[in-house]
Design a protein around this ligand. Structure first.
Ligand code: ADP
Length: 375
């Protein structure tokens, strides 16, 4: 049994001077107080951000605060544009250079995962989230005649993959190429994206289907993971960076000895994870309990994989859940990964906020936090 994926882990990392290739970059975003929280006099804010120091202060009470370091810290005022440019654009650029990449959002339900990733910004383009901005960049940097940009849109619910572009397709298997390690979901609908409007239409269809499917199942969208998978095929000259899927045998010349362009394949995954809140298992029964177990399984196994990457371990335990199997060739090694941790500011959710922050800290491989007393 192979423990590493050739496409993402044994190929050389992208030539972009990244001093720590393969490490998951972790950013944290604090959502602004919502109307309910603004009128909630019982609970003060428990987080304070110090973006210039890349530090976040979590206040337990008047005497105790803890400081946490992240790669990036975004205050309530951070714009969607800045989040995209700081967190996701480097991943998108790497994907355009032929490497796989993943952008994920992790946090309690209601803290802004979907806003950060999936917001369409129909009325106000400045509100557009990472998915739309990523596709905008990808479309602008590919040639509509010689390159192809295709997407699938999936929901992963209770270890079953459902096609959000054809919701009657459920339980779609994940296929892994034994030779290349390439992961795919060939049973899912694949649509070639014509332009940004077309992408927005597909996103809208997928989201409506997600809502309808979950209403039918009598569950919340926050109990499943939504996965946008974008596959890019780009023809490049042989002296350009060949990308992670390239093999020397792919280099071909015509009968005059001229180099035939190489087709470079890469994949971008944008994953809106299920809510990380702990479901009270003692109070839950039936399907709710089953949902909770599956969410715990996938988020725990994701955490284990990210921690293994942070420790530079040669074995990334991706087999434990469908989520990590899907991500197998798209994080670590030459694949770039960004994780956005989302939290709310109110101390009403202090326990969940703390556990979300701890997930992010483990991903950063910061084992010891600095505990400081308030002066
Ligand atoms: P999640 O996906 O984590 O459950 P949502 O993205 O649905 O959370 O966000 C919950 C609510 O908060 C939504 O109404 C969303 O528009 C709003 N919201 C989240 N983040 C922001 C933000 N940074 N600025 C303004 N509104 C936000």
């Amino acid at each position: 049994r192979r423990s590493v994926t050739p496409t993402s882990r044994t190929r050389s990392p992208p030539q972009d001077n990244d001093p720590e290739p393969g490490r998951v970059r972790v950013a944290i975003r604090v959502r602004p107080r919502n109307a309910e929280e603004l009128s909630d006099a019982d609970y003060a804010d428990c987080v304070e951000v110090q973006p210039e120091l890349k530090k976040l202060k979590l206040r337990k009470n008047n005497w105790n605060s803890e400081f946490y370091k992240f790669d990036e810290i975004f205050a309530e005022s951070a714009s969607q544009k800045r989040i995209y440019e700081t967190v996701a654009k480097p991943v998108v650029e790497s994907v355009l250079n032929g490497y796989n990449g993943t952008v994920m959002a992790y946090g309690q339900t209601g803290t802004g995962k979907t806003y950060t990733l999936g917001k369409m910004g129909k009325d106000d383009v400045s509100e557009r989230g990472i998915m739309v901005r990523a596709l905008e960049d990808i479309i602008a940097n590919t040639n509509s005649t010689s390159d192809s940009v295709e997407m699938s849109f999936l929901q992963l619910y209770m270890e079953s993959i459902q096609d959000l572009l054809a919701p009657e397709k459920i339980n779609i298997p994940i296929v892994e190429d034994a030779r290349t390690g390439e992961v795919s979901v060939p049973g899912a609908t694949v649509v070639k994206i014509e332009d940004l409007d077309h992408f927005l239409q597909l996103l809208h269809i997928g989201e409506s289907n997600r809502l309808a499917a979950n209403t039918k199942l009598n569950t919340e969208s926050s109990r499943s993971h939504a996965i946008l998978m974008v596959n890019i095929r780009k023809s490049v000259k042989s002296d350009e960076e060949p990308g992670s899927s390239f093999q020397e045998k792919d280099r071909k010349t015509d009968r005059h000895g001229n180099q035939i362009p190489i087709v470079r394949k890469s994949k971008l995954l944008i994953v809106d994870l299920a809510g990380s809140e702990r479901i009270d298992k003692s109070g839950s029964e039936g399907r709710l309990l089953e949902e909770a177990k599956f969410i715990n399984l996938s988020l725990t196994s994701l955490g284990k994989c990210i921690n293994a990457l942070a420790e530079n371990s040669p074995h990334i335990p991706t087999r434990d859940s469908k989520l990590t199997r899907l991500l197998r060739d798209s994080f670590g090694g030459s694949a770039r990964t960004s994780l956005i941790i989302t939290i709310g500011p109110s101390s009403r959710h202090y326990p969940e906020t703390t556990s979300t922050i701890m997930f992010g800290q483990r991903a950063m491989k910061i084992v010891n936090t600095v505990k400081l007393r308030e002066e």
